[in-house]
Design a protein around this ligand. Structure first.
Ligand code: SF4
Length: 946
């Protein structure tokens, strides 16, 4: 097993730190001559997915240019390794088509005419509008909408300093369902599996190629496998991960919870569960199920009630639902039980984000952990909060007093994050307007479902007053902005990163490489954009300066949060901001720095990362201190409360911190679900997804008992839709692509640039289709046309098309990503009826980068997401990505890449899904339960509906 060592000696092939100031390599371009190249190596953090791996920028000492990026061996999570996307940062920073200067629209919105402007003009324009909105009590008309997170700390600070409830995010098209499943158990909304030390790993994801916390997790899964762990993968698609597994379970999509509950039943029935753990650490005493109340009864009777409740989940039932053989289910259940406390798993997107009720697989998966006692153990599952380090900055603004219903509407009181993908429909319904809108590294026109509704919203100046797209690259959304503001890639800005990569805690420091190097040689910069390419600014400085511009004399109470902690009244610098955090909020860092004669900031600039702690297990058993116990009361159920809030729990005689739930235990029975109008889901359950075979049968008028319109909306096909009905899997990623940001990453696009329709040979025979044939795929609101790829790599009855491809542009040559997008004709042929046809695809072109003349591929893929209606899960609020589609061979007048969408139908589908919700208020007039997390949390009074 490879273990991280602070001196980097575990990876001898990486340059040792003492040589980072003058690292010598032979110039490959000079071969066969042996010409030495001298580099200075500067650490930073990758921005190309959420994993936040450590990068080393190799700066050519002769030219001062970054020549390449490799892994930082001093980074505890990535340990010197990267996936293909990390080194491709070099393509992003040298992209000849990237946005380098602030640009302002000069024609009508969406016309694509831009002129360069200055940062001063940008600050003045936005500050004036935002100041007015805040002063007039219209703060909620200012919205910040983030895609790829990062710089969260300063953003939360900014919005709360402004006193507004204006944070929007992409999370509800990403991971909300999995989050809800996890948080109902233990408040923490993500898993942190200890793969490296486990004996059995179950993945409902494609971790070895692309999954959440991809590279840091993938290398630890391999560590675990090399130490003897077995790997099982549940995925309808034969992913590269599934191909490396001991067991592949190609479930019919949406049936995963049935398989997991069948495994739970085997473990319960065969008495293979960890009774001691369950008795101590679940809230079994609150169990109310099928007329049984555990209160006052024994643990054994509660287990009997559970057995009875889950009796219908026989392996045979699960086989019928999922297609996975009953004997495989039984065998894996027994292996999981045998692994006991060393059972690790992961679920993030996949079944969770594809399906109606996608939060149930996460709940059912956690049930397996609870049954095996593998929560908080070596080789088991940790709540993410135990393994993610969140430092506290200085002088934190108070929470805002208001609640923005455009972000958290009453219909979805249990949504984990903002209902961002419904924004166009909310505005269409007249729920509000947006006066000033910042989109930050987010491209909803392209990455969200129903992109034409986004275009309609963005071009409407009544709905969106002023729109700035903060982005490093041109995007489909930026086309409809008023300002396009260039932001930096990994090596062009500051940020703090920490993720739950393993059973430890670390913090990474993203930094602007050019500025850091030039300051090392004595140059001074007021702002990072002065050292970056063009005028690419970093967000920290942008928000600090915008806040000063809104409140120049401090009279609004905003400026105080952006003043120097050392010199009150002076503008905060990034050195002061991060320096303060490293000095005061990272345990152990000041001492580690002192040993090397460095300040904590200098230490982080030198190494780029710091491991705060490791081997973090059983945090729930931490004893409450006497201070924490002072003035507390212990209730009859053992919950210890202080000032009316649970702070711990009695386990036997010990007063311990427990989990952050109302019972302070793992919530086997969710009183929250019962209280918030979903009593039938108080326990982990399985219910049929919107793409279940029953829903498919119902959609074409076949009689079925497997479709319940109270839980899944009926599908209404448009008149033009023809062909057999299939389930489309649209969300698997190709491991080398990065949403919009891989646009002109030439190394990545050279590897993959097309997204054909995967079809199983059984279905291909039915459809009389061969690889390469042109297919028309109908959704409920339109269609798209693409090529077929016949493959045995997915289960019959299902078709698939990869995410991340199908970029397009409306301008032929200017402000575009020419390596990755097709030039299209975009026409609204009738009200809400949109057609797109590719006019020209990718071809070689002239640019400052000579390699653009050598682009050999001629396909940019097909944009499927824009043809999907919104599918908000009635409980979690997650967009349920899987689609029921009709598939036919293309008609004679169809062309590759053709798209049609009717946004009138989009709105109707939205309303059908909304009708399934059970809106707030909940108990006590609450908008949402007080105990569950909320991003940029307002003060408690805002949680009550007036
Ligand atoms: S997994 Fe790849 S893309 Fe993600 S942070 Fe690591 S190197 Fe970057």
């Amino acid at each position: 097993m490879t273990d991280f060592k602070r001196d980097g000696s575990h990876l001898a092939y990486c340059p040792p730190v003492e040589k980072w100031d003058d690292w010598v390599e032979l110039d490959p371009e000079a071969w066969p001559r042996r010409v030495e190249k001298h580099y200075q190596l500067v650490p930073t953090v990758c921005f190309n997915c959420e994993s936040a791996c450590g990068l080393l920028a190799y700066v050519d000492k002769e030219t001062g240019e970054v020549a390449k990026f490799e892994g930082n061996p001093m980074h505890p999570a990535s340990r010197g390794r990267l996936c293909a996307k990390g080194p491709a940062t070099i393509n992003q920073i040298h992209d000849p088509d990237r946005v380098l200067y602030p640009m302002k629209r000069v024609g009508a919105r969406g016309d694509g005419k831009w002129a360069r402007t200055s940062w001063d003009e940008v600050l003045e324009t936005f500050a004036t509008r935002i100041r007015k909105a805040i002063q007039e009590g219209r703060g909620e008309e200012v919205m910040y909408h983030v895609g790829r997170p990062g710089h969260d700390f300063i953003m939360e600070r900014t919005l709360q300093a402004w006193g507004i409830d204006g944070h929007n995010s992409h999370t509800n098209v990403c991971s909300s369902s999995a989050r809800l499943g996890y948080l109902l158990w233990h408040y923490a909304d993500r898993p942190s599996p200890d793969h490296a030390n486990s004996r059995f790993i179950l993945l409902l994801s494609a971790h070895l190629e692309s999954g959440h916390y991809f590279n840091p997790h993938a290398q630890r899964i391999i560590d675990g496998k090399m130490a003897g762990a077995k790997l099982a993968v549940m995925d309808p698609r034969l992913s590269n991960t599934a191909s490396m597994a001991d067991y592949w379970m190609p479930t019919y999509p949406g049936t995963e919870a049935a398989v997991l509950l069948a495994m739970a039943k085997v473990i319960l029935d065969e008495n293979r569960f960890d009774a001691d753990f369950m008795r101590k650490w679940t809230n079994w005493e609150e169990l109310e199920v099928d007329g049984f109340k555990a209160q006052g009864q024994s643990f054994e009777t509660a287990i009997q009630a559970l057995r009875k409740h889950y009796a219908r989940f026989t392996p045979q039932f699960a086989e019928k639902e999922s297609g996975v053989k009953a004997e495989t289910i039984v065998r894996i259940a027994r292996e999981i039980a045998a692994a006991g406390t060393r059972f690790a798993s992961h679920l993030w997107r996949g079944s969770a984000s594809g399906n109606l009720g996608g939060w149930q697989p996460a709940r059912a998966l956690m049930l397996l952990h609870v049954l095996t006692g593998s929560v908080g153990t070596e080789g088991g599952h940790n709540p993410n909060a135990w393994n993610k380090f969140v430092p506290k900055p200085f002088k934190v603004p108070p929470p805002q007093k208001r609640w923005n219903e455009l972000l958290y509407p009453p219909e979805w009181p249990l949504c984990t994050h903002e209902m961002s993908f419904l924004l166009p429909h909310f505005l269409k319904e007249g729920r509000g307007k947006i006066e000033t809108y910042f989109t930050r590294v987010v491209n909803p026109v392209w990455t969200y479902p129903d992109g034409f509704s986004w275009i309609e919203m963005l071009r409407d100046e009544e709905k969106i007053g002023l729109h700035a797209a903060l982005t490093p690259t041109w995007s489909e959304t930026a086309w409809f902005a008023d300002y396009v503001l260039p932001m930096g890639f990994s090596s062009e800005r500051h940020d703090l990163m920490s993720q739950e990569s393993y059973a430890g805690k670390w913090i990474g420091f993203r930094q602007p490489v050019n500025r850091v190097l030039r300051e090392r040689s004595g140059e001074k910069f007021e702002y990072t954009y002065q050292a970056n390419p063009g005028e690419v600014w970093e967000e920290d400085e942008f928000w600090i300066n915008l806040s000063w511009a809104i409140d120049p004399d401090g009279s609004m109470g905003i400026r105080q949060y952006f003043e120097s902690p050392n010199q009150p009244g002076k503008k905060l610098t990034v050195d002061e901001y991060y320096g303060w955090i490293f000095d005061h909020s990272v345990p152990g860092l000041p001492d580690a720095a002192k040993k090397e004669g460095l300040t904590p900031l200098q230490y982080m600039r030198k190494y780029g990362a710091y491991e705060v702690t490791r081997d973090v297990y059983k945090q729930n058993e931490k004893a409450l201190s006497s201070e924490e116990l002072a003035d507390s009361q212990t209730e009859s159920n053992g919950v210890i409360k202080k000032n009316g809030k649970p702070v711990g729990v009695k386990i036997g005689d010990a007063a311990v911190v427990g989990y952050n739930t109302p019972s302070r235990k793992l919530e086997l029975f969710s009183k929250t679900m019962a209280d918030w109008k979903w009593p039938e889901f108080a326990l982990p359950e399985y219910y049929r997804s919107h793409i279940h075979r029953g829903a498919r049968a119902a959609s074409i008028g076949e009689a079925t008992e497997e479709f319940d319109p109270n839980y899944a909306p009926a599908v209404e096909w448009p008149e033009h839709a023809r062909g057999n009905v299939y389930t489309l899997l649209p969300i698997f990623r190709l491991p080398n692509l990065i949403h919009t940001r891989s646009g002109n990453a030439k190394y990545l696009y050279e590897i993959s640039h097309k997204n054909p329709l995967w079809i199983n040979p059984v279905d291909a025979r039915t459809l009389n289709v061969r690889t390469g044939d042109l297919m028309k795929v109908h959704t409920e609101i339109g269609y798209f046309v693409l090529h077929a790829w016949v493959t045995e790599g997915l289960t019959p009855g299902v078709v698939a098309c990869s995410h991340h491809l199908g970029r397009w542009r409306v301008n032929k040559d200017e402000q575009v990503e020419r390596m990755s997008s097709a030039w299209v004709d975009l026409t609204e042929v009738g009200k809400g009826q949109w057609k797109m046809r590719q006019l020209e695809s990718v071809s070689p072109y002239q640019s400052p980068d000579p390699e653009t003349k050598r682009v050999w591929w001629s396909d940019a893929g097909v944009h499927q997401d824009i043809t999907f209606p919104v599918h908000p899960d009635p409980v979690s609020g997650m967009h349920c990505w899987h689609q029921m589609v009709r598939v036919q061979k293309a008609d004679a007048d169809d062309r590759y890449g053709d798209i049609f969408v009717d946004t009138n139908r989009s709105f109707e589908v939205y309303q059908r899904w909304k009708a399934l919700t059970r809106p707030a208020p909940g108990p006590g007039g609450l908008r949402r339960p007080l105990w569950i997390p909320r991003v940029v949390r307002p003060e408690e009074s805002a949680f009550y509906m007036k």
